[in-house]
Design a protein around this ligand. Sequence first.
Ligand SMILES: [Zn+2]
Length: 433
Amino acid sequence: MKILLKRISVSLMLAACIALTKTVSAQSPGVTRTLVRAGHVLDMKSGKIADAQTIVVVGDSIQSIQPSASVPTQPGDKVIDLGGMTVLPGLIDVHTHLTMNPDFDPYKELTSTSAKEAINGVVNARTTLLAGFTSVRNVGASGFVDVDLRDAINNGQVPGPHMQVSGPLLGITGGHCDENLLPIQYHLQGDGVADGIAAVQHKVRQNIKYGADLIKICATGGVLSKGDDPQASQYTLEEMQAIVADAHRLGRKVAAHAHGAQGILWATEAGVDSIEHGSYINDEGIAAMKKRGTYLVPTLYLEDWMLEKGNLPPFYGQKMKDVSAVAKANIKRAVQAGVKIALGTDAAVYPHGLNAHELDVYVNQIGMTPLVALQTATINAADLMGWTAKTGTLEPGKWADIIAVDKNPLDDVRVLQDVKFVMKGGVVYKNDR
Ligand SMILES: [Zn+2]
């Protein structure tokens, strides 16, 4: 009986699939095509510009990209005219904190609630999307607010980028990912604090249980935390090996916050997928990352922003000065040595929506060519996220995540600070041309 039912349902499904295929290929009523008529399309792999192209969008995906002359408008087609504009894939930021806002009074932060953070997330997700960033990784949020935000975006309840989220950050007691602002009688602890092999394994499994797409850990001290040293390693090599083994076995990548040289090296040797910040990276770290193919996610525009506008309390301010004094030179050496780079910003440390300023730093301070800089925010970022089949280039079968700007960004990447058109998953969220 059971087998019979199964057979019937399988053949019904097959029939449905065949029907669907026929409908799509015949372009019959019910399947709306959106024709994005682009003045110029930037090929993210080669840097070449193709003029007068039409991107055919069906549902949430790109169906084809062809010279406009060969794609006549058919009855029922929606047409978006981006003549004169340069069109490229939606950008990706692999280091954001959408549920947080810049606030440099750390004791005020203690009054935050999950509800406030959810509201922040709704506002900041929209701001980030409208800035042209159609995918992000959210690397650290308390209370799994980021999981709910991702789901609300995917359900169409609120506008925002495609998200991969980490949930609470794993870290040692008293480390960068703990809460160190109050004395012991308040018993305040970060959600992701775990010490020792068994405890970190439990925490990885718990984060996955409650919806994390990736695992974020603190390998060293940080800047915006009290009483720790960015250069000091926090997790041991053995703890990080245990984290990576569990995460990878369960299909999740690991991102490691790491400023100090030893923490960068240990996290790399433990097999993490990306090093976030990397401020004090040295030759040993560079060699290890190259050997393993580990991504480096520099977060450099925040230093410029802080210098100009940051108003940090003294126990953060000195660390910010120390890290800023060396980070760009070290990252530049890593870039020149050929370490793989994916664009990240740490947005939340400065206002959301300024993410594209990071590209300007890569080109005008670190010495990347504009194309290489743009690849960090598209092809490379998609690769780090395991989303190469979904985004990072404009190709048939990928998400219709498409942005447009007034000029060729290879002539000046700063044009990406003023994105005029944003489509995500085939839906237009901005058209200011
Ligand atoms: Zn961060």
